[in-house]
Design a protein around this ligand. Structure first.
Ligand code: HEC
Ligand code: HEC
Length: 269
């Protein structure tokens, strides 16, 4: 028993440690262990390192690959350098950006300034974006992190990298693994950490890619809800398609967090 506990504690630590860097959309075959990142001095970074940091945020904390992936739920961004100038000239463009850099910044904090056609929230005729403001809610990128992501998007999207490296403490320096390993205390924290609200209407967030969960406990019991989290492809909610809900929660959530979440959902009536 003692041994079992030791092993489980160790795996919890590992899961906690990997979390910040995990990549939702793509099945994780071999997650690279996160580099232990102490507060980095951004001023000492090269642009290449800053771009790499942006890539890490894009694939990890930013949760961008939840939607920007090969499933086609969001546009690919690999040609954004040539696409952005066309967006700004489009008759439907409602924003104020004058450069690729400004367009990218605006896309991240005011996604509805331009909604790529065919990708709007259903029923809004491409006037409202289902993408969340990535500085708010569960994602919560700060300005330095935004700058790193923009540098990464410019670099990978064929644009000139124009962002300046901010002269502040490093973004993306995650809390030390030990702090991460403590189980979360409330279902709201679990929902925020796993960014359910990016896709679902839940806990005050307005995600629109998956079913509204604000009354899910009325029609679904705990067994169903647990399965929906652990094995999302087992049952596909009516009116939605599969392949979207991250299949990795079973590995990422601690048992206590999962049960807390299931109880919370079952109680939403
Ligand atoms: C919940 C799903 C979702 C998440 C998470 C998400 N996006 Fe998006 N994103 C979309 C959708 C859908 C669109 C297309 C609709 C629109 O134009 O707003 C889009 C549009 C964009 C655009 C504009 C593309 C264009 O061709 O004009 C950029 C840039 C972008 N996202 C970057 C990001 C980055 C960077 C992140 C992570 C920090 C992110 N997105 C997270 C769904 C998402
Ligand atoms: C990238 C978008 C995305 C994220 C993030 C996401 N989901 Fe989902 N979820 C979906 C989609 C799409 C469906 C409907 C298709 C299906 O059933 O798999 C769904 C289905 C569900 C269902 C079943 C609903 C029903 O009526 O049958 C539940 C429960 C659920 N999600 C809970 C969650 C919780 C809790 C989280 C966070 C821990 C979460 N989801 C994160 C997209 C997402």
């Amino acid at each position: 028993m003692i041994n079992f506990l030791k092993v489980s504690f160790f795996s919890l630590l590992m899961v906690g440690g990997f979390w910040g860097f995990s990549n939702f959309g793509i099945p994780q075959i071999k997650p690279a262990p996160p580099p232990v990142e102490e507060k980095l001095d951004l001023g000492a970074m090269t642009m290449d390192q800053f771009i790499a940091l942006g890539g890490k945020i894009y694939n990890g904390k930013g949760t961008c690959t939840l939607c920007h992936n090969a499933m086609g739920r969001a546009p690919m961004l690999d040609k954004i350098g040539t696409v952005a100038p066309e967006r700004m000239k489009d008759a439907r463009y409602k924003g104020t950006a004058k450069s690729v850099e400004e367009y990218l910044h605006e896309s991240l904090v005011k996604p509805s300034a331009f909604v790529v056609s065919g990708f709007g929230k259903s029923g809004t005729n491409d006037t409202e974006s289902p993408m969340p403001d990535v500085t708010g809610g569960g994602i919560g990128l700060n300005e330095a992190e935004l700058a790193a992501v923009i540098a990464y998007l410019q670099d990978s999207g064929g644009a000139e990298v124009t962002v300046a490296i901010p002269a502040m403490e490093a973004p993306g320096a995650e809390a030390p693994a030990a702090a991460e390993a403590a189980p979360l205390k409330t279902p709201e924290e679990v929902i925020a950490k796993f960014t359910c609200g990016a896709c679902h209407k839940i806990a005050g967030q307005e995600g629109a890619l998956g079913p509204d969960l604000t009354k899910i406990g009325k029609t679904k019991n705990k067994e169903y809800l647990r399965q929906a989290l652990l094995d999302p492809e087992a049952v596909i909610a009516k009116g939605f398609t599969g392949g979207m809900m991250p299949p990795t929660y079973g590995e990422q959530m601690k048992a206590k967090e999962l049960e807390m979440l299931v109880n919370y959902l079952a109680g939403l009536k």
